[in-house]
Write a protein that binds this ligand. Sequence first.
Ligand SMILES: Cc1cc2nc3c(=O)[nH]c(=O)nc-3n(C[C@H](O)[C@H](O)[C@H](O)COP(=O)(O)OP(=O)(O)OC[C@H]3O[C@@H](n4cnc5c(N)ncnc54)[C@H](O)[C@@H]3O)c2cc1C
Length: 380
Amino acid sequence: MNLNLTQEQRLIRDMARDFAKNELAPRALAWDLDASFPEDQIRQMAELGLMGVNVPESLGGAEAGPEALSMAITEIAKGCASCAVTMSVTNMVGEVIAKFGTDEQKRAYCPKITSGEYLAGAFCLSEAGAGSDPGSMKTTAVKRGDRWILSGEKMWITSGAYAGVHVVWARTGGKGTKGISCFLVEAGTEGMSTGKKEDKMGLRASNTVPVLFEDCAVPESALLGEVDKGFAIAMMALDGGRIGIASQALGIGLAARDEAVSYAKERVQFKRPIADFQGIQWMLADNETELCAARALTLRAAWLKGKGRPFSYEASMAKTFASEAAGRVCDNALQIHGGYGYVKEYPIERHYRDVRVTRIYEGTNQIQRLVIARHLLEGL
Ligand SMILES: Cc1cc2nc3c(=O)[nH]c(=O)nc-3n(C[C@H](O)[C@H](O)[C@H](O)COP(=O)(O)OP(=O)(O)OC[C@H]3O[C@@H](n4cnc5c(N)ncnc54)[C@H](O)[C@@H]3O)c2cc1C
């Protein structure tokens, strides 16, 4: 892996860093408190090219590759973890359409996602009874004439109420993971609606809603890929998405690290800054070491993806390690803040809540460990 950044990668990373520092970080607490979706800033992120970092230029993307995308998500997460998940999922939707769509589908949706004409894209896989086991989904799509009729209920859909296009998985036949197809459903399609926004512990400025389909008719041209072969599309998209979540976790961890370092230098007890105490220094050192390891695993998975090499198990390792490392870093950082870490006046309280879900979504870390073990047991 080449650790020297290209000029383009550096430019994208620095631009995301500046935007996060100036536009997101100062407002993140307010968005968290009232659980509001930062529409203006999300649109600005699209204008900066952050909603299609790895989408081809011909479709309006930056075509800057998975490493640039990973670094940009990390920088955005330092300022606002909620904006980072909106960005990660929207990029994933743009990439999946760019990879599996027909020319017509690519032209219809990718430029709208990358330009911000669509505020976001949504990835509708999970259901109330089908989370780790999406093969047990109950949403159906039945062919009637030249239309597909979708019926069912998706749950936990990031940006569901704001997305211009939803990638939706539904059962078209067979059992388990066979007989699942994938559809592109535009917001406002008759028969599609969104339910009550989830009142979450963290990532409160991201939108998470159920998406409901009641006899929702879409044209044949809404099918993404082949009939009954949609499950593989979901799995491939999630491999890339996991690099996004690893990158997000890393960003939250880095923000917590920085908060801990500056607090430790300022806070005086026993007439000395607490940074002078070895007990504090060891926590700071552990934080730094874990984040460097998380960054290396995450960029390695992104690099493999960019080279067109298999990266599924590397993405699972990156997601597992980065999310757990960032959780430990946030915990240490909160401890370093003492009682002040437990109140909203200090950002560490939000980082501690925001980071928790990175061990759960886009496949829980238990599921990631199954993927990693399967690669080991079935041969690398
Ligand atoms: C904020 C948020 C945003 C989300 N955004 C989206 C989205 O945009 N699109 C989308 O489709 N989904 C989304 N999800 C859903 C998310 O991907 C699921 O929550 C996740 O896959 C876990 O499913 P579940 O919650 O049903 O848990 P379950 O599958 O019920 O798991 C419960 C527990 O059992 C464990 N478990 C399950 N199976 C096994 C096994 N075989 N071996 C060991 N342990 C196991 C799990 O690890 C977990 O600890 C989101 C979730 C959240 C919280």
